[in-house]
Write a protein that binds this ligand. Structure first.
Ligand code: AMP
Ligand code: ZN
Length: 487
């Protein structure tokens, strides 16, 4: 007989709600009611990782955040088209126009070609997203190097409009010529200038720049040096600046304007500000209608960052035998706009809470005979999630509901389904294919036989034996459901 965990087959009707959908829009500086440009469909572009090493868990917070947006949009009835770009060229160590190209530096360090480095870490990145229950089949992952022609076309347009100038090392955007420069960054030009001055103190900057805010659109390959990745262009052999790739890929794949553009808060003063300047000047219309930004994940008070060297990876978490979804649960405990401090103790607590919640949810599903009904509580959960993704409040309400012995089981299941459609914790279905050792597989089969023969004391004894070996078995509607690390 088949022992492998089955997906629930009886699908209840989705719990519907007419709660409005609100997102905090960095551009307006307030919570705005969401409505898309095209009825029934939403487009979203998320700035992707620079693939010179594995994504650290701070980066992963950015993509769990955009996954929450995608889920709440689909739950609200929108078809979602989305892109996460892969930065495989042009992102310099100074996060602007200075320092070495992170990909070329990574390639040298590992003795591999830039393209091989980018492919290796793109694959690992996408695997990490899948482990976090992000549906990677529903996302396009374009690479910057595949859109060089489109990037050159935008720079040409900007040049034709007289918005660029040339220095010894590249073609720059002249921010003085764009009166709207910096609209996204409500902190104002003074703070931005201070940030540029700080970069200037760390890294040698281009003295020919008219203003510190001006940024490279195209950089020339250094004289006498052959870069691993370089292209000819109307201005000379070189490579695109970091920001132009997003303007080009967003437009090519989703059109302009897009509905939602996401990224970390670090992108507000420079990267996103510059994307807006390029796209809006080139095409005379907004790049995105909603700009959404998530706060940092920190460790001992500092932003987790590959360049600071205080990085933690999803692979470390899995190695410590925690479920990858415990990281997702940990992220959901804080609102996306609040900074979140990582610690192994907090992760262990999240892992334990998730296991308990999963066990309770599956038991409720069984007792409810897999029939879910709506209630005030399920509608409140949906309203919370549609209110700018209030995940901590939604989790609290979910816990309250699953603990409420007086609530109808079918209503409890309704709350679980409504919440998990957005939270994405796989509370009712196993998320990843669990590899169960053969010895455990045999015990599970024996237990099934005992149950079929109504020998429940043997079945119970086998369940305890399986549990002591690190696996948890429960009876689903069409066979046993196996999970790892039971409490
Ligand atoms: P990068 O690979 O540096 O271009 O970053 C990819 C995404 O991860 C961007 O949206 C960054 O804002 C985000 N990010 C990087 N570090 C953190 C962090 N510690 N916390 C939250 N987001 C981060
Ligand atoms: Zn970007």
């Amino acid at each position: 007989m088949s022992w492998f965990p089955k997906l629930f087959t009886r699908v209840a009707k989705p719990i519907t709600s007419d709660a409005p959908l609100f997102f905090t829009n960095t551009l307006s500086g307030k919570k705005d009611l969401f409505s898309p440009l095209t009825a029934g469909q939403a487009t979203m572009y998320s700035c992707g990782p620079t693939v010179y090493s594995k994504a650290q868990i701070g980066n992963l917070r950015a993509y769990v955040f955009s996954d929450l947006i995608a889920r709440v949009l689909s739950e609200s009835g929108y078809r979602v088209r989305r892109v996460i770009n892969i930065t495989d060229v042009g992102h310099l160590q100074g996060d602007g126009d200075e320092g070495e190209d992170k990909i070329e530096a990574g390639a040298k360090k590992e003795g591999l070609h830039a393209e091989a480095i980018a492919s290796k870490y793109t694959k690992l990145f996408i695997e990490d997203l899948s482990l976090l229950n992000i549906d990677t089949n529903a996302i396009q992952f374009p690479r910057a190097t595949e859109y060089i022609k489109e990037q050159i076309a935008i720079i040409t347009l900007l040049e034709e409009k007289g918005l660029t100038y040339r220095t010894a090392d590249g073609i720059y955007f002249d921010t003085e010529k764009y009166p709207n420069y910096g609209v996204l960054d409500h902190s104002g030009p003074k703070l931005r200038e201070e940030a540029f001055a700080e970069i200037g103190r760390r890294i040698k900057t281009n003295k020919e720049k008219h203003s510190p805010a001006d940024f490279a659109l195209w950089k020339f390959s250094p004289l006498g040096v052959r870069r691993q990745q370089e292209w000819s262009s109307p201005w000379g052999v070189g490579f695109p600046g970091w920001h132009i790739e997003c303007s080009a890929m967003a437009r090519a794949l989703l059109g302009q304007p897009i509905d939602i553009h996401t990224g970390g808060m670090d992108h507000i003063p420079v990267h996103h500000t510059n994307e807006i300047a390029q796209s809006e000047c080139a095409f005379g219309k907004p790049l995105a209608r909603f700009w959404m930004h998530q706060a940092f994940l920190t460790l001992s008070g500092e932003k987790i960052s590959k360049s600071l060297g205080n990085d933690v990876y999803l692979s470390n978490i899995v190695k410590e035998s925690y479920s990858p979804l415990s990281l997702r649960y940990f992220f959901l405990q804080a609102h996306y706009r609040s900074p979140l401090s990582f610690s192994w103790e907090a992760l262990a607590a999240a892992n334990e809470a998730l296991e308990r919640l999963t066990r309770l949810s599956r038991r409720i599903a069984e007792e409810a005979k897999y029939k879910a009904t709506p209630s005030d509580t399920s509608r409140r959960v949906i309203a919370l999630l549609r209110d700018d993704l209030a995940t901590p409040a939604a989790l609290a309400l979910l816990w309250e509901a699953v603990r409420d012995e007086d609530m109808e089981r079918s209503e409890q299941l309704g709350v679980i389904k409504a919440a998990d459609a957005v939270l994405g914790l796989s509370l009712l279905t196993p998320s990843v294919k669990l590899i169960v050792p053969e010895s455990i597989q045999r015990l599970i089969e024996k237990r099934e036989e005992a149950r079929e023969n109504r020998d429940f004391s043997t079945a119970d004894a086998l369940r305890i034996h399986i549990s002591n070996s690190g696996y948890h078995v429960e009876d689903g509607p069409s066979g046993p459901i196996v999970t790892s690390r039971p409490g």
